[in-house]
Design a protein around this ligand. Structure first.
Ligand SMILES: [Zn+2]
Length: 90
């Protein structure tokens, strides 16, 4: 499973946790600090689109059906809709 790290938090963490060995910071010191950093608590963004299905629209990710195109996000699975409406076999 992928782990995510916030850029600014990583820079701060590495600066605080990278020891100098004989006055020199090695790439191994930086790698050790990066591996020790806790992952950020994030949710992976899913992308989908509304698919025309007779008089309904269907979420391409979870199959949620609605009779009108609602929003930029599927209310059922939370997928971010890219705004394009395609045919079911697209
Ligand atoms: Zn969905």
């Amino acid at each position: 499973m992928a782990e995510y790290i916030e850029r600014e938090a990583l820079i701060k963490f590495v600066k605080q946790n990278t020891p100098d060995i004989n006055g020199e910071t090695t790439i191994e010191c930086v790698e050790r600090a990066i591996r020790a950093m806790p992952a950020a608590d994030v949710v992976e963004v899913r992308h989908g689109k509304w698919i025309e299905d007779y008089e309904f629209f269907k979420c391409s990710e979870c199959g949620y059906l609605t009779d009108y195109r609602l929003s930029k996000f599927c209310p059922d699975c939370g997928a971010k809709m890219n705004g394009k409406v395609g045919a079911d076999n697209a």
